[in-house]
Design a protein around this ligand. Structure first.
Ligand SMILES: *Cc1c(COP(=O)(O)O)cnc(C)c1O
Length: 399
C-alpha cells in the first residue's frame, strides 16, 4: 500500500502551510544540495544495506513491542503496549536518525558533522554515531547546560567529539544553536549540520522522519503478528516531534488507528511554564522553518519549560502542525505531576524506568485506558530509558 503522507513535503519543503526554508538564499542552495544528495544516496543498495545492518547489529533493532500487563491491569480498560525504543543502544530513539545522518555525511564526503545539544541527549547519540562511522564530530553546548548535564558531557568527551562550551547569552540551548550554526557557515560545503529532530529548514524534517519511520514500520508488523489487528490508539510524546512521527508514519493511512501526540503542560497551561507548542502556540517561524511556536507579539520565541528537558522546545516539527490542522493526529497535554506519577508507576509495576519525556506518553495512555474497553489496545512509543533522570526524580520526590 502506498502511504500518501510520504509524498510530503512538497518540493519547497512544505507540509500544508508549515515547513519551508526560512533562511538566506545562499543557504537555500546548500539545503537543496543536501536534499538532492540525500534522495540519491538513500536509493543506493549500499547505503540501505549498511544502515539496516547497523540497525540490527549495533542498535539492536527491531526493538520489542511489550505488553505492559501489570500497568494495564492497574488502570483497567484497554491493554497498554510499549514500543521499547528505550532498549536501543544509547537508550533512546535518537540513535535511529543520528546513525542515518552520520552515514549520509560519510556518503556525501563531508569532513565534519556539527550540532548543538541542550540536555546532551542529541549530542551523545550523534557522537556515538560519528565514532562508529569514523567522521569528525563537533558539538556546541551551553555552559549552564554542561554543569546540569554532567554525565552526558563526560560521555561525549569519551566518545571523542569536539565539545565546544558556549559562553554567550544565557549559555543554554538557543545560544548553542547560534554558535554551532556560525561554525557550520564557515564551510558548509565540507561540513554538515545534523539536526536533532524533525525540525529546521527543508530537507531536515523529511530526512529525520524517514530515518525514524523504522519505529512504526516495525511496530505495525509486530503488532499485527501478535494481535492479528492494528492498535486502536497510538501515543507518543512530542518535543520536536521525531519519535512521534517515527511511530505514526507507518499508520497514517490506517484510518481506524487514532493517534495522539502528548505535549508537556509543565506547571500548568495557565502558567508561563509549559512547552505546549501545538496546543497553545500560534503560527510563526523559528530556526529556519514555519510552525506553531510559543512566541511574543513581535514573533520572538518565549521561554518554554518542561520537567523533561527533551521536550522544552518553543517550536515543533512542521508535519505535526499539518497533521493537527487536518485533524489526523490529536495533541493533548500532560503536566509535571502526571508525568512523575507515570514515571513511578511504570517503574514499580513493570520494572521499566522511563525517560521523563516518554513518561508523558505513558501518563496519557494510563489516563485514556480507563475509559476504553478491555478489547481495545493502546501502543505507546517508549522513546527512551530513564537512567538519566533517576537522580533528579529521587531528589524531587525525596525518595
Ligand atoms: C529528545 C527526546 C525526546 C523528544 O524529542 P522528539 O523529537 O520529540 O522525539 C523524547 N524522548 C526522549 C527519550 C528523548 O531523548
Amino acid at each position: 500500500m502506498k502511504n500518501a503522507f510520504l509524498e510530503m513535503p512538497d518540493k519547497n519543503g512544505y507540509f500544508g502551510e508549515y515547513g519551508g526554508q526560512i533562511i538566506p538564499p545562499p543557504l537555500i542552495d546548500i539545503m537543496n544540495e543536501i536534499n538532492d544528495a540525500y534522495e540519491q544516496v538513500i536509493q543506493t543498495a549500499s547505503f540501505q544495506e549498511e544502515l539496516q545492518q547497523l540497525y540490527t547489529d549495533y542498535v539492536g533493532r527491531p526493538s520489542p513491542v511489550y505488553f505492559a500487563k501489570r500497568l494495564s491491569e492497574k488502570q483497567g480498560g484497554a491493554r497498554i503496549f510499549l514500543k521499547r525504543e528505550d532498549l536501543n543502544h544509547t537508550g533512546a530513539h535518537k540513535i535511529n536518525h543520528c546513525l542515518g545522518e552520520a552515514l549520509l555525511a560519510k556518503y556525501m564526503g563531508k569532513t565534519k558533522v556539527l550540532a548543538e545539544t541542550g540536555a546532551g541527549q542529541h549530542g551523545v547519540a550523534l557522537a556515538t554515531a560519528c565514532a562508529l562511522v569514523g567522521i569528525e564530530c563537533e558539538i556546541h553546548m551551553g555552559e549552564v547546560d554542561m554543569v546540569k548535564e554532567h554525565p552526558n558531557v563526560t560521555r561525549m568527551k569519551i566518545l571523542g567529539c569536539n565539545l565546544v562550551p558556549v559562553t554567550r547569552g544565557t549559555k543554554t540551548l538557543k545560544d548553542a544553536v547560534d554558535s554551532a550554526f556560525e561554525e557550520y557557515l564557515k564551510d558548509p560545503v565540507n561540513y554538515i549540520y545534523a539536526i536533532g529532530s524533525v525540525v529546521g529548514p527543508h530537507p531536515f524534517p523529511k530526512i529525520v522522519r524517514d530515518f525514524q519511520s523504522i519505529v512504526g514500520k516495525e511496530a505495525r508488523e509486530q503488532f499485527l503478528a501478535r494481535e492479528n489487528k492494528l492498535p486502536d490508539v497510538l501515543v507518543a510524546c512530542v518535543g520536536g516531534g521525531c519519535n512521534a512521527i517515527g511511530l505514526f508514519t507507518a499508520f497514517l493511512d490506517d484510518d481506524a488507528v487514532k493517534m495522539i501526540g502528548v505535549e508537556p503542560a509543565g506547571k500548568g497551561l495557565d502558567t508561563a511554564e509549559h512547552a505546549a507548542t501545538l496546543t497553545l502556540g500560534t503560527k510563526g517561524a523559528i530556526h529556519g522553518f514555519e510552525c506553531y511556536t510559543i512566541q511574543d507579539k513581535e514573533g520572538n520565541p518565549l521561554p518554554v519549560y518542561s520537567i523533561a528537558s527533551g521536550l522544552d522546545y518553543p517550536g515543533v516539527g512542521p508535519q505535526h502542525c499539518y497533521l493537527k490542522d487536518i485533524k489526523r493526529v490529536v495533541y493533548e497535554t500532560i503536566d509535571d505531576k502526571e508525568c512523575l506519577d507515570a514515571f513511578m508507576q511504570l517503574s514499580r509495576l513493570e520494572g521499566i524506568i522511563p525517560a521523563l519525556e516518554s513518561a508523558h506518553a505513558v501518563a496519557h495512555a494510563m489516563k485514556i485506558a480507563k475509559d476504553m474497553s478491555s478489547e481495545e489496545t493502546i501502543l505507546v512509543n517508549l522513546s527512551g530509558r530513564g537512567d538519566k533522570d533517576a537522580d533528579f526524580v529521587a531528589n524531587y520526590l525525596s525518595l
